[in-house]
Every structure is written in structure tokens, then in C-alpha cells.
Design a protein around this ligand. Structure first.
Ligand code: FEC
Length: 305
């Protein structure tokens, strides 16, 4: 399961309306979002192809990792805010005669407002279709995930050092999608899981100059978790930090929140502040990430059997 992205610029309004729980955006809000899509690679929607590739690569990894078990894995796709919706994916499984399934989200950290929402919808549809469905809730501390992300952080730090920075001059910002502040009062594990992942990567990469920051907060009236990355950059500029490396650990794919919010918006703010900003490469369908997903799915399936 994954967030989903519009099929085309014409599809942005329906997509945005779904995110807003059926409330259509104003013309101004729609234009603002459409402009953001147009700014990333000319209105192409990389998340769609990315997700397709991830689904195909996971299916191959699951079948390669089954160690002779008499079972064939088939992966179905279900998106949160556009076609094929989560319910469409579960229905397609039922039509194909699938009776047992494991659901996994292309996001490593659990929040009742993110992964919890995917699971609830899939579970409801699976119950209606009489499919025995189990779920992976999070995999934010999987050693292979920590390892692959640490290596990506180290690669960019080395690039800064080659360009003349010293290790002490580089500040690593781990980031993730903000959520409304009320999740904290609900005892949601999201923030703690993100801090755990950040610390594990920093320890493995031998980094002490790091901090966590939020990004991509929604445009609603209620307070969202902060500080936002744009404010963090302004603060770092006051501390005379010149080299910033962003590691958006809450995301696994190249999509709007990475390609626009970081590569365009945050990069422009950093440049105005005379700072250099790089980000680590997204995992997309990296075989190491696919092996993490395959491992957590196999583990969950064994618990169900
Ligand atoms: O590339 C793309 O087309 C999709 C990029 C995209 C990803 C993504 C991931 C997450 N979101 C999460 C939470 C919220 C909450 C709201 C919200 C709103 C938006 C809007 C767009 C959008 N999100 Fe998103 N999100 C992506 C895109 N998101 C566009 C609407 C305009 C805007 O506010 O910018 C607020 C609405 C609500 O109350 O429901 C909350 C979380 C994730 C990471 C986990 C996941 O992937 O599911 C959490 C990718």
C-alpha cells in the first residue's frame, strides 16, 4: 500500500478532494498544488511508476526468498488517495481467489493517522471479501534499513568532504512528514519511532552533528508538529552552519514531498541563507529495501500460519 499520486494534472482536483475527505479545494488551493506538480519534472508523476516498480520488485524478492516453500507470492497494489484504491487492491485479490494476504505500507513508521488508516481500510475490505489478512505495522528499526540509510548518509557526507567541508561543519537533518500535534496526546508512536531510526542511523554512520525536523505539514488550521524544516534552516543559518544534509527517513520514494518540498522549496531557502543543502537518495526499489519488505512480510506470514 502506498500514498498514491494523480495520474495527470487533470486528476489533481479529484486526488486533492480525496485527501480532504471529500471537500473540494478552493481554486487557489488547487492552483497552488497543481503548480507544485508542474514544478517537478514538468508535471510528470514519478510516484506512480516508482510504486509500480516497487510492487514488481517486491513480488520477485518474495518469491526468491521463499526458501522452497510451496507457495507463490503475488503482489497487489492499493493506494490511499487514488486509483487503484486500497479497497480495489483487496477486491482484485478476492477475484483471483486469494485467501491469505499480508499488507505492508511503503512507509516504515507507524502512526494511527498514516499506516493505521491504510490498515483499517484494507482490513475492512478483507473481512468483507473473506480474506485472512495480516499486517506489518512498522519496520523502522530493521537492520538492513538502518544499514542502507546509513550508507546513503555516509556517501553524501563524503561528497561534502571532497568539496572541502570538515565533518564537524556538516549538519545532518533527519526529516519526516509532519502530522497534527494531537497525535502526541493520543500516545501515537510515530515521533518516537522516527527518533529511534534517526539515532540508529547516526550511530552507525558515526555522526554526532544531527537533529530531527519535520517537513510538509498540511495546510489546515490546527497546529502541526514542528519545527518545520524551513524554520530549522533559518535557525541553522544563525548558528553559522554552512553544509546541510537532509535524510528524509519517513519517506522511501521520490515524490512531491521530496522532489518539491526538499529539492525545490528547502533548497531555495538554503540558498537564500547562503547554505548548501543536499539530500540522501531515496530508496525507491533498491534491492536492500526490497529485502527489508520481503523479510517483514515473510515474518508476518509465518506468525499467521
Ligand atoms: O507525489 C505525490 O503525488 C504524493 C506525495 C505525498 C506523499 C505523502 C505522504 C504522507 N502524507 C501524510 C499525511 C498527510 C496529512 C495531510 C496530507 C496532505 C497532503 C496533500 C498532498 C500530499 N499530502 Fe500527505 N503526502 C503527499 C502529498 N498528508 C498533495 C494535500 C496538500 C497539502 O497539504 O500539501 C493533510 C490532510 C489530512 O488531514 O488528511 C495528515 C503522511 C505521509 C507519509 C506516510 C505515507 O506515505 O502514507 C503521514 C508521499
Amino acid at each position: 500500500m502506498s500514498y498514491g499520486t494523480p495520474k495527470s494534472l487533470e486528476d489533481v482536483e479529484a486526488y486533492y478532494t480525496h485527501i480532504r475527505r471529500g471537500n473540494p479545494p478552493t481554486a487557489e488551493q488547487l492552483k497552488e498544488l497543481t503548480d507544485r506538480y508542474e514544478a517537478i519534472v514538468g508535471g510528470v508523476f514519478p510516484l506512480r511508476e516508482n510504486t509500480d516498480r516497487q510492487v514488481a520488485a517486491l513480488q520477485a524478492a518474495l518469491n526468491a526468498d521463499k526458501a522452497g516453500a510451496d507457495v507463490e507470492f503475488v503482489c497487489y497494489q492499493g493506494l490511499k488517495h487514488t486509483y487503484p484504491f486500497i479497497e480495489d487492491g483487496v477486491e482484485a485479490m478476492a477475484k483471483d481467489g486469494i485467501t491469505q494476504a499480508v499488507g505492508v505500507v511503503l512507509a516504515p513508521h507507524y502512526s494511527s493517522m498514516s499506516v493505521g488508516g491504510y490498515i483499517k481500510r484494507a482490513q475492512e475490505k478483507a473481512d468483507a471479501c473473506k480474506i485472512d489478512m495480516g499486517f506489518v505495522e512498522s519496520y523502522h528499526m530493521h537492520p538492513v534499513l538502518i544499514d542502507v540509510l546509513s550508507r546513503r548518509v555516509t556517501a553524501k557526507i563524503d561528497q561534502y568532504i571532497e568539496a572541502g567541508a570538515t565533518r564537524d561543519e556538516i549538519r545532518v537533518l533527519f526529516s519526516a512528514h509532519s502530522l497534527p500535534e494531537r497525535i502526541l496526546a493520543m500516545g501515537d508512536p510515530y515521533k518516537d519511532q522516527l527518533l529511534e531510526t534517526s539515532k540508529a542511523i547516526a550511530d552507525q554512520a558515526g555522526i554526532t552533528n544531527w537533529q530531527f525536523t519535520w517537513q510538509s505539514a498540511g495546510r489546515t488550521a490546527e497546529p502541526w508538529l514542528g519545527p518545520d524544516i524551513l524554520d530549522t534552516l533559518k535557525q541553522l543559518s544563525k548558528e553559522q552552519v554552512e553544509y546541510v544534509l537532509v535524510a528524509p527517513i519517513g519517506f522511501v520514494s521520490d515524490h512531491l514531498e521530496v522532489l518539491y518540498d526538499l529539492d525545490i522549496e528547502a533548497t531555495a531557502v538554503a540558498s537564500e541563507l547562503d547554505m548548501r543543502l543536499m539530500r540522501i537518495e531515496s530508496l525507491n526499489s533498491d534491492p536492500a529495501y526490497m529485502s527489508v519488505l520481503s523479510d517483514v512480510v515473510h515474518t508476518r506470514l509465518n506468525q499467521m500460519a
